[in-house]
Unconditional design. Structure first.
Length: 199
């Protein structure tokens, strides 16, 4: 077997008492083209250079990495609680995956009203060597504090950068689920992406 770089996705729904009501292993679609373009940009020269154009979540072409200061975020996915522009996000879109996707079709906004999810932080899990893989996880829970069920049909991972032009949010993974995952009131959905390379 050759070397592989990929990811797996596990989605869990728990009730308000922490009992698992659904756990699903999702066959990931693929990284979108922004992912490889971003890696190329980071490896090409220095982080201040305008190396390659990415498509942001608004459909605009933006130079990358184009870093301005050493303390600016670059390729950041660790969104804080309440942040709904980057990190792991949930949505209700059903359009099939395309390698040229640059946003979730219908992202669910942060909030505590109907048809919103209360997003907690997106966290990185420790790097580990397991079997023939080197891997780490990216995880984010979100709770439905509204009074109606939410049917999640897409999940994505968006990165955040500050360039010397402006702020940049860009999609790197989008998965469209075969069937919706229902998050009832007071239930919490947690997606865990595990990015790995084999050896």
């Amino acid at each position: 077997m050759g070397v592989e770089i990929g990811y797996k996705l596990v989605v869990t729904v728990k009730d308000k008492n922490g009992k698992v009501v659904e756990k699903r292993k999702v066959k990931g679609n693929s990284f979108v083209s922004n992912f490889i373009k971003a890696l190329y940009g980071l490896m090409y020269e220095d982080a201040c250079s305008d190396v390659i154009e990415l498509t942001d979540i608004y459909g605009n072409s933006k130079w990358y990495p184009a870093l301005d200061y050493q303390t600016d975020p670059i390729f950041r996915v660790t969104a804080q609680e309440g942040e709904d522009k980057y990190g792991i996000l949930y949505g209700t879109g059903t359009t099939p995956f395309s390698v040229d996707d640059y946003k979730l079709e219908s992202p669910i906004p942060h909030g505590d009203a109907d048809n919103q999810l209360h997003y907690y932080s997106t966290d990185l899990l420790a790097v580990e060597i397991k079997d023939n893989r080197v891997q780490y996880g990216i995880q984010r829970p979100a709770v439905n504090n509204g009074s109606v069920a939410i049917n999640v049909t897409e999940i994505g991972l968006i990165a955040f950068d500050v360039t010397h032009y402006d702020e940049l949010w860009f999609l790197i993974i989008r998965d469209v689920l075969d069937t919706a995952i229902t998050v009832n009131p007071n239930q919490t959905i947690t997606a865990t992406y595990t990015i790995y390379t084999t050896f």
